[in-house]
Write a protein that binds this ligand. Structure first.
Ligand SMILES: *[C@@H]1O[C@H](CO)[C@@H](O)[C@H](O)[C@H]1NC(C)=O
Ligand SMILES: *[C@@H]1O[C@H](CO)[C@@H](O)[C@H](O)[C@H]1NC(C)=O
Ligand SMILES: *[C@@H]1O[C@H](CO)[C@@H](O)[C@H](O)[C@H]1NC(C)=O
Ligand SMILES: *[C@@H]1O[C@H](CO)[C@@H](O)[C@H](O)[C@H]1NC(C)=O
Ligand SMILES: *[C@@H]1O[C@H](CO)[C@@H](O)[C@H](O)[C@H]1NC(C)=O
Ligand SMILES: *[C@@H]1O[C@H](CO)[C@@H](O)[C@H](O)[C@H]1NC(C)=O
Length: 591
């Protein structure tokens, strides 16, 4: 027995070369006895958060199995710092392991490294698919990695941004003159299947609402359908079709949320006056990412609020004095800003806001009623309608964000699901079948669920509301987790670097994901100034991506006192998330 080893209770074999989280333990007890017993090594890998830790268990033939899964690597315990190439070899020799087992240990190490490499490889291959638009470029990019396209597993976290908007376009266009789009009693692309049974269109509900009626604000489906019909007259050239043509607010003080809130007011006015709302100049889309006619238009990010025919007609009417004076067309200048801001909620559906259920938690109790419930309900309907279908551009932005955040874990998940060791060619990879195309294509792209979205707003909001510290948000996250212990992923959206820094304190229990963007390091910078420093394109794209991620997350924690979170709340309550509840760190300032 070797003296220097006798006193060490345990040895940690630290793969210090690459700092990968492979931790290996060899029981010294076993080593002490190893001279007289033949050692056998068995290896157990288990998942620890996102990293692998592996325990090497030493089994002694006459003592049964020693299992040490919960060893704490206390520093008071004498440790040996062994590197794989030399010391381990020595240890193993000392322990008189058979050469066969040595091979198996080395195998283990390289297996983990190989696994890591494969994950990176698959992740890079998916990046090719994401960033290279043409088939040739994509094949070239994949070829460099040594992957053939036919051998590339589907990325579960990415959406097909060519196909999805086409489907949405069909669902947003009338067939013939006065019929509905092919809204059916089924979802997705089913009605394109050649053997589809007769579809029921008349009276069908709009396809952009997820969840049951019980999981949405009262009358959501009916209201969305009615707004769509109102905004899409069967013939925009008819003399009796009237318009409200409005630019988006563009004063520098208007945040992206305030612009949408203002447009909700205009949509309310348009509905009340029987006008088709047509939106015109959108300053946030005035950048090179928005190509062609979508430049400076809402249509860059989302499907237009009305048909192209109506847009054309409204712009044509704009040129005629007559249309303005006769009141066929109005513009924003016809309404006071107070009128727009208080946007009188349309009453054609009665007062469904009286049926809003208490699902919002503020300071530990549910808010049953508050002032301006009608506005909360209406803004939810308006923002849902305006954002009903993202464009190909927005779809790509979301793909990029999901790939950056979840690409690696998706790759790991997919590799674990494969029977063979990818990228070994396998002739039997299942071909895409009808069920993929018609049935499963409607599923949302994968994200690690349950996912909690958190929007931490500080910065210049201080002048509007009490600024809440990150700790308060995390307390709410913990409250959700105490009921749903399987929750450990947070999609964090914030403009403050300070908040990102603070996540480290919580990273042992939570996985944080966020978009990579330069953040504010001082809190006295105004939002307008900060956005200016990011540039038009990024300062629009990154909040919109976060907004849509928040709308689709399982849970949400935010500050209802900010317009942005108010709108997220609205999107969720018209997107099947009412019963997720909403935990707010503060109240709307008007409640
Ligand atoms: C372990 O080895 C690494 C690099 O070989 C060294 O930086 C570290 O200080 C060592 N730790 C101990 C406890 O000896
Ligand atoms: C490990 O030990 C074996 C045999 O004992 C020897 O052949 C080999 O070169 C050693 N490897 C290293 C990296 O020291
Ligand atoms: C739309 O209405 C205009 C004016 O009433 C008419 O000239 C035109 O033919 C109509 N278009 C269709 C497709 O019905
Ligand atoms: C809208 O404003 C224009 C010009 O300011 C005016 O001629 C028109 O009568 C107004 N329309 C309505 C409906 O108030
Ligand atoms: C939150 O509730 C506690 C008691 O439950 C109360 O003491 C505290 O003042 C409340 N805070 C706010 C901001 O309403
Ligand atoms: C903001 O704060 C920093 C220090 O925290 C200070 O140097 C700077 O002058 C301030 N800027 C403004 C516009 O107040």
């Amino acid at each position: 027995m070797h003296k220097e080893e006798k006193n060490s209770g345990m040895e940690t074999l630290n793969n210090s070369n690459n700092q990968r989280s492979l931790e290996r333990v060899v029981s010294q007890k076993a080593l002490q006895m190893s001279t007289s017993f033949s050692c056998q090594i068995c290896v157990v890998g288990f998942l620890c958060g996102l990293c692998f830790a592996s325990l090497i268990l030493v089994t002694l033939s006459s003592f049964g199995t020693f299992l040490f899964p919960h060893y704490s690597f206390s520093t008071t315990m004498p440790m040996l710092n062994l590197s794989w190439n030399s010391d381990l070899n020595t240890t193993i020799t000392h322990c008189s392991f058979k050469p066969q087992e040595t091979v198996r240990l080395t195998d283990l190490r390289s297996r983990f490294e190989e696994q890591d490499e494969r994950v990176s490889l698959l992740n890079s291959a998916w990046s090719c698919v994401l960033t290279k638009p043409t088939k040739t470029e994509r094949s070239e990019c994949l070829l460099k990695l040594g992957i053939s396209e036919s051998n590339l597993p589907n990325p579960p976290h990415l959406e097909n941004c060519k196909v999805k908007p086409q489907l949405h376009k069909r669902l947003d266009t009338r067939i013939g003159n006065d019929k509905f789009p092919p809204w059916t009693t089924w979802k997705g692309s089913l009605d394109m299947h050649p053997q589809i049974h007769q579809t029921v269109s008349e009276g069908a509900y709009p396809p952009w609402i997820a969840g049951s009626d019980e999981e949405n604000y009262p009358l959501t489906r009916k209201v969305q359908r009615d707004i769509w019909i109102h905004q899409h007259p069967s013939n925009c050239s008819n003399q009796d079709v009237k318009f409200l043509l409005a630019d988006w607010e563009r004063l520098p003080g208007f945040g992206i949320g305030a612009q949408i809130a203002g447009m909700s007011g205009l949509l309310a006015i348009a509905m009340n006056e029987g006008r088709v709302l047509v939106t015109n100049f959108y300053n946030r889309a005035d950048h090179d990412g928005c190509k062609g006619s979508s430049r400076s238009s809402w249509n860059c990010y989302f499907f237009p609020e009305t048909s192209l025919q109506c847009l054309g007609r409204a712009l044509e009417l704009m040129k005629s004095e007559d249309a303005l004076s006769k009141g066929i067309l109005t513009t924003k200048e016809n309404y006071t800003s107070k009128h727009i801001w208080t946007g009188p909620t349309p009453r054609i559906w009665g007062d469904p806001w009286n049926y809003l259920q208490p699902t919002t938690d503020i300071n530990g109790s549910l808010v049953a009623s508050h002032r301006k419930m009608d506005r909360r309900w209406w803004r939810a309907q308006a923002v849902r309608y305006l954002m009903r279908f993202p464009t190909e551009y927005t779809c790509n932005l979301l793909n990029e964000a999901r790939h950056a955040a979840f690409g690696k874990i998706a790759a790991k998940m997919v590799l674990e699901s494969l029977a063979e060791e990818w990228p070994k060619e396998n002739g039997e990879r299942p071909k895409s079948a009808d069920i993929d195309k018609y049935v499963w294509s409607n599923h949302r792209p994968w994200v690690p669920r349950p996912l909690l979205s958190m929007h931490v707003r500080m910065g210049d909001k201080a002048c509007e509301m009490r600024v809440v510290e990150f700790e308060a948000y995390m307390q709410l996250a913990d409250r959700i987790r105490s009921h749903f212990p399987n929750l450990n992923s947070i999609w964090l959206s914030t403009e403050m670097q300070e908040v990102i820094d603070k996540t480290k304190e919580y990273s042992s229990r939570w996985n944080f994901y966020y978009t990579k963007v330069r953040r504010q390091d001082r809190s006295n910078v105004s939002m307008a100034e900060y956005e200016g420093s990011l540039g038009r394109e990024r300062s629009t794209n990154y909040p919109l991506v976060n907004f849509l991620m928040a709308a689709d997350s399982d849970f949400f924690v935010g500050a209802l006192g900010s317009t942005w979170c108010f709108l997220i709340d609205g999107m969720r309550n018209t997107g099947g998330k009412v019963m997720s509840g909403y935990l707010s760190v503060n109240k709307d300032r008007f409640w």
